[in-house]
Design a binder for this molecule. Structure first.
Ligand SMILES: [Zn+2]
Length: 326
């Protein structure tokens, strides 16, 4: 195993004989100790073998398929291959072209960058075992695409568990003191985010945020729980001037803000609200348009995944989406 890893590292060095023998030098090094890597390679090989079986039907079945229609009694009104040699020839031409394209696609998968390191690894393993073939039964005993799916699923749940634990630590820290949230507000104000103005002095554990370009003011209020000194959850409502009812769009935005994750996290909420500052210029990440077919702006916000330890204070970025694209 480790021998082939060394070979892969040498691939990065141009003009060594080793490199030209194994894989094309541009392929990234592969970690053959990783189970997911091994299983995903096996799944690719298994898929190739399935295609080989498919291609075996090429001669004569697939190529001569148009001839088969000659033996069917066609309906009197329709023109069949039997009525026209030109049609029959075109049919045979088309069948040949389609099947050749299938072979070409198979060849390029076989020789493609995805499989080059796999073949190099297989060859080196055969060499290591003095030319003995690795799969002595010649049969696939497991479905590697199924195993791969399971492994990826396990990996995903582990990652989700890690993120949950991480958030738990952050939450406990943020809720440890009565006034911790004011520090969050101060460091947000210092960032001078364009088009976003914080209005303090709205009462205990509350503030207002004005988006001047979008013409919206939000009221944000911290809700308390008995067992923690800090704020358990920040709640957003509209702060429309007296006599004006919030628009349908404002209500939709508030609904989206209040259904966010990390409800305890004021820094997250302030960044999320800021993402609406350029509401009328922000296009949807999915369809790249400003308005959708129902003339709606992309008012849904989805947090981009970030590495928490890279910035202090942490800054969250959001993708904009139409409700129809979310
Ligand atoms: Zn869209």
């Amino acid at each position: 195993m480790s021998a082939s890893t060394t070979v892969k590292v040498e691939d990065q060095v141009p003009d060594t004989q080793e490199a030209s023998q194994t894989a094309n030098g541009s392929a990234p090094p592969v970690n053959w100790e990783s189970e997911i890597q091994l299983v995903s390679s096996l799944a690719k090989l298994q898929e190739l073998e399935r295609k080989i079986h498919e291609l075996r039907h090429l001669v004569p079945n697939k190529l001569l398929e148009p001839l088969a229609s000659l033996s069917y009694q066609s309906e009197p009104s329709s023109i069949s291959f039997a009525d026209s040699p030109v049609l029959l020839r075109n049919g045979l031409d088309q069948a040949a072209r389609t099947q050749l394209a299938n072979i070409e696609s198979f060849k390029s998968t076989w020789q493609g960058p995805d499989l080059t390191p796999v073949w190099a690894h297989v060859e080196s393993r055969i060499k290591e075992s003095n030319g003995q073939i690795l799969q002595p039964t010649g049969l696939w005993e497991r479905d590697y695409d199924v195993i791969l799916e399971e492994l990826l699923q396990t990996e995903k749940s582990k990652e989700e568990e890690r993120l949950r634990e991480e958030e738990e630590v952050e939450r406990t820290k943020a809720q440890a003191s009565e006034s911790g949230w004011q520090g969050v507000v101060e460091s947000f104000i210092q960032r001078n985010v364009p088009g976003v103005r914080i209005i303090k002095g709205q009462g205990a554990q509350s503030l207002a945020i004005a988006l001047s370009k979008a013409g919206i003011i939000f009221h944000v209020e911290g809700l308390k729980e008995n067992d923690v000194p800090g704020v358990a959850e920040w709640h957003v409502s509209s702060k429309a001037p007296p006599g004006r009812v919030p628009t349908k769009m404002e209500n939709s935005i508030i609904e989206c803000l209040n259904s966010r994750s990390r409800k305890w996290d004021l820094a997250f909420l302030l960044d999320m609200i800021s993402s609406y500052a350029d509401l009328k210029q922000t296009t949807c990440v999915k369809c790249n348009k400003l308005t959708n077919d129902s003339a709606q702006l992309p008012i849904i916000r989805r947090a981009q995944s970030t590495n928490p330890s890279t910035q202090d204070p942490r800054v969250f970025a959001f993708d904009a989406l139409h409700s129809s694209c979310a």
